[in-house]
Design a protein around this ligand. Sequence first.
Ligand code: CP3
Length: 335
Amino acid sequence: MNRLLNCINNKKSSDTPVWFMRQAGRYLPEFMEIRKQNTDFVKLCLNSDLAKEITIQPIKRFDLDAAIIFSDILMIPYGLGQNVNFKKGFGPQLDEVQIDISTKINNETFTNNLKPVYEAIKKVRIEIEKKNLIGFAGAPWTLFLYMINRRSPKKNFNFEEIIKNNTLTRDLYKKLEEIICLHIKNQVDAGANIIQIFDSWAGLLPENQLKDYCYEPTKRIVEFVKKLNIPAICFPRGIGKNYEDFCSSVKPDCISIDYEVDPNWIKQKIKTPVIQGGLDPKVLLKNREDIEIEVKKYLDIFRDQPYIFNLGHGVLPETKPETIKFVTSLVREYK
Ligand code: CP3
């Protein structure tokens, strides 16, 4: 039985599916073991055997409804020829974008640059057989922001500064939209059967720019995913009350909510896409009684509608693996 697809496609409300953003990551000692010996994060993402192994690590430990391919949204800038580095304690660092190179890379070269990612998906698919395998991409806005800002944005982030070169913005946006679709198609061809689109910095867009920089391009990508007969999950983190407009414009199959969204509010406002996630990852650092209360809160609120249990952002590195096991069984057993 495929709980997750049943939930998204048939809108069945019993048997809540569960998986976690960043379920393959630094909170797992077996990930850290591999990571210690592979200090170059991008190279690790391009090692198809290790990427396969890391993807499967949480599946071996926990009763999850999906694997998500171990990779990163910044593999798209890498595939477009922009060098990406992950510095310990700093986060991602990108070289200056060479716009003439990045906008002119053809589909074959891009696909070739990321071939090990697709190989890893093929290898995971063989190993997990019919289990769900989530492929993903960053949304145009979040990728554009990383490519221009060259690091995670800080509090003094300035939208006008990021888009000040009109030609570059237009050309790169167009290229990103095309290449995101290609990256998604390649993942689906390799065996991914669900796609999640991460717009982690959507909340930094001025409200009057959401339509042009977030909804419209994301909507075209979601339409592309739907044409492949694959469900699309969207995560436009931090847009607050605009989740409502996002859903009516973009029409994803499923909307993943961040931890600042009031679950009762969204339940009232959003009727069509299936809701996923919401729980603050920091809750998983508390004691079991508190965790149980918070997990049950989400399960109770969404009890009579299809809901996918997940967090409102990725699992924190300080999380105990036993907590993920505990939460997974809470979701499984709660009636
Ligand atoms: O398990 C999974 O969720 C699949 C793999 C995955 C990773 N990154 C692995 C990773 C996914 C889906 C992502 C998405 C991603 N990457 C996003 C969108 C989601 C979000 O967190 O908002 C973003 C913004 C990135 C960019 C990125 N990658 C940053 C800012 C960082 C450094 C800080 C951090 O959050 O860890 C990464 C590194 C990264 N990507 C790690 C992992 C497991 C940690 C790498 C390490 O071992 O140092």
